[in-house]
Design a binder for this molecule. Structure first.
Ligand code: GRF
Length: 201
């Protein structure tokens, strides 16, 4: 399987996917990283790992979201990509790309979906008085953050947590969950629920 990862900034989940795919036993290789943003720190990380990178800046297409996605689509086709992983890709996909790659786009979202879709999930979980928080890897469909859930991991929310401390604790689990779920997905194994973090946390 040939994976493309779409990023917008830091790229730590991308890094985790690249590291996992580099292992000989992993059933996929990362062939391409696309960023919509020139400044994405993840671009350097990908280049350092020897992965081909592309910047397809949405600004150059004005409001024409589909024109932006047509270029992304062309790049994905040109590299014979089979599965797309969104990893901190901060643009909502249009039906054009979603339908062209139906069932082949995965995303990681920093909440226990269907709770807290959208942005600011850590603050929302703290504000809601939740005792646990988590992350979800799901298939991308036209309804944002509502596609079929492939795997989840959870962490405790501690009394003195801030958005930052909670995000940091969760990020470690994201880095474990995403590669594991991708592997199961590619092998068409059962969806994976990871409650280790809760048990050990
Ligand atoms: C992660 O928290 C991910 O769940 C969310 O955006 C953040 C991206 O971080 N979708 P990084 O770019 O992978 O470091």
């Amino acid at each position: 399987e040939r994976i493309a990862i779409l990023i917008s900034s830091r790229g730590s989940n991308m890094d985790a996917l690249i590291a996992a795919c580099a292992k000989p036993s992993f059933p996929a290789s990362v062939e391409l990283v696309i960023s919509n943003n020139h400044d994405a720190a993840g671009l350097d990380k990908a280049r350092n790992a020897g992965i081909r990178t592309l910047v397809i800046d949405h600004h150059q297409f004005g409001k024409d979201r589909q024109a932006h996605e047509r270029q992304i689509d062309a790049a994905l086709q040109a590299h014979n990509i089979s599965t797309i992983c969104l990893a901190g890709y901060m643009r909502i996909l249009t039906p054009f790309l979603i339908n062209n790659w139906e069932g082949k786009i995965l995303n990681i979202h920093p909440s226990i979906l269907p709770l807290f879709p959208g942005l600011d999930t850590h603050a929302k979980a703290i504000k809601a008085g939740m005792k646990v928080h988590g992350c979800t890897v799901h298939i991308v469909t036209e309804d944002m953050d509502q596609g079929p859930i492939l795997g989840q991991a959870v962490v405790p929310i501690l009394p003195n947590d801030t958005e930052h401390s909670l995000a940091k604790r969760l990020l470690k689990q994201e880095h474990l969950l995403y590669p594991q779920v991708l592997k199961n997905f590619l092998r068409k194994e059962e969806p994976d629920v990871n409650i280790d973090a809760l048990i050990n946390g």
